[in-house]
Design a protein around this ligand. Structure first.
Ligand code: BES
Ligand code: MN
Ligand code: ZN
Length: 461
């Protein structure tokens, strides 16, 4: 079950959101005992600070939560979401008439996302504080957005033993059933007969066969194709990752998880577009039949690729999927992938770097991202670096020596496989390294909410 707002009209406890510079005035407006209680508890309206107010009978009459001041608020997002997990079980409502609509919306979504727990392997779930949807927010939309995000988190958090290429395929078939989408699957050696050589090559060493999932939904409107990296585990292949780098690689299907979360948002909201989702689902494993450094492969599109590192596998499986996507007209092809460590060095875990050649699209996305507190940062498809992905003996090099501009060269590699449709690419991390408001430690979606918000402008719908 995904988090939802409290329905119906059960009695509920008010939550007052107090800006720091108005805190004293607000405190002073209370009867002496309550004002003293707030002061003695040290409540000053600092960002995220909270205080429960007692009734004379011992029940909780209200909750005060500090909203700090504008400059401090810039240092993060979903500042008040911690309430969802820290308040005692019960029903609450927001009492903040002066709060802007967007801040209310962020509060409400933050609450839902703050309730997320990955409790699949836990014997008991923790009791929860429940929120009535604040007046003026689009509760239905926020609930559907939260469900998409929670799907993404669940998929990333689930270890590969329960989320291999076969299980991921099952999830996509399930989504197809739920939303009336058509799903087809090219499985195992069919990848060879149907000309997806790179997907097959990367995935063939696993005991769970590689596959390409293709989901279509919607009958009319602009065509949006999402492509997600579905490497269910990345050992690095024969260029084996050291233990410390391999530890988190269950999350290497984070791109797939994030586009599936976005697809769930789009389908549940019934957006007027034709959606297609392509997921190459593989495991990059080690075995006698694994591909090797030095191998030269021929892609679906025909370019030859010299393998200089079997750990640069994501761009290979995406290359065939992107070429396939580009074989039919689309108004936008958008890929998401946990593609490079270099992207993490560049922007850290919190920002989602994205690439596009379309300045106007970049502007629309950045604006939407700021609005919905889903930060993105544009990176350049820097043409002069094209030469870095051109090796001596083949058309393309999957792992340029030296590693300069590793996220950019990976993005340039992908762009080689899209010739006709407008193309946008995200090099995401998909993981929250330490708990933050609305984002417990673990799998997290990046960029999906920003894209959803920008879609009406990107596709004129
Ligand atoms: N899945 C990794 C990238 C990655 C690593 C993402 C850590 C997030 C955290 C990807 O398949 C990979 O291994 N990339 C290599 C490419 C290199 C060999 C050119 C990398 O980034 O080191
Ligand atoms: Mn890799
Ligand atoms: Zn990978």
């Amino acid at each position: 079950m995904y988090p939802e707002f409290e329905q119906g009209d059960a009695a509920s406890c008010p939550i007052h959101v107090i800006e720091q510079d108005k805190a004293e005035e607000w405190i002073a407006s209370h009867p002496k005992a309550q004002a003293d209680w707030l002061r003695n508890s040290g409540f000053t309206g600092k960002l995220g600070e909270s205080c429960l107010l007692p009734d004379p009978d011992g029940s909780i009459s209200a909750v005060a939560v500090g909203f700090g001041q504008a400059p401090a608020r810039k240092r993060g997002r979903f500042h008040l979401a911690g309430l969802a997990s820290s308040l005692p079980e019960g029903v609450y409502h927001l009492e903040a008439d002066e709060m802007e609509a967007q801040a209310k919306s962020e509060f409400a979504l933050g609450w839902l996302l703050g309730q997320y727990r990955f409790d699949r392997y836990k014997a008991s779930a923790t009791p929860k504080a429940r929120l009535k949807a604040p007046a003026g927010v689009d509760a239905d939309r926020l609930t559907k957005i939260a469900a998409g995000e929670c799907l993404t988190r669940d998929l990333i958090n689930t270890p590969t033993s329960d989320m291999g290429p076969d299980t991921l395929a099952g999830v996509i078939h399930g989504l197809g059933k739920e939303f009336g989408a058509e799903v087809t699957e090219v499985l195992g050696d069919e990848l060879l007969s149907q000309n997806f050589p790179l997907i097959h090559t990367v995935g063939r060493a696993s005991t769970t066969p590689p596959r390409l999932l293709d989901m279509r939904w919607g009958k009319a409107g602009p065509a949006l194709t999402l492509v997600g990296k579905g490497v269910c585990f990345d050992t690095g292949g024969l260029n084996l990752k050291p233990g410390a780098s391999m530890g988190l690689m269950k999350k290497d299907m984070g791109g797939a998880a994030t586009v599936l979360g976005l697809a769930r948002m789009i389908m549940s909201l019934g957006l007027p577009l034709r959606l297609r989702v392509l997921i190459p689902a593989v495991e990059n494993s080690v075995a006698g039949n694994a591909f090797r450094p030095g191998d030269v492969l021929t892609s679906r599109k025909g370019q030859t690729i010299e393998i200089n590192n079997t750990d640069a596998e994501g761009r290979l499986v995406l290359a065939d999927a992107l070429a396939f996507a580009d074989e039919e007209p689309a108004d936008l092809i958008l890929s998401m992938a946990t593609l490079t460590g270099a992207a993490r060095v560049a922007v850290g875990p919190d920002l989602a770097p994205f690439y596009t050649d379309d300045d106007s699209a970049a502007g629309k996305l950045a604006e939407a991202a700021a609005k919905v507190a889903d930060p993105v940062w544009r990176m350049p498809f820097h043409d002069p670096y094209e030469q870095m992905i051109e090796p001596a003996i083949a058309d393309l090099d999957n792992a340029p020596a030296g590693g300069f501009a590793g996220s950019i060269t990976a993005a340039l590699f992908l762009r080689r496989f899209v010739d006709t449709a407008p193309y946008m690419h995200f090099d995401i991390y998909g993981w929250q390294p330490a708990a933050a408001p609305a984002r417990p430690k673990g799998g997290v979606g990046q960029g999906a909410r920003a894209v959803l918000e920008a879609l009406p402008k990107l596709l004129s719908i």
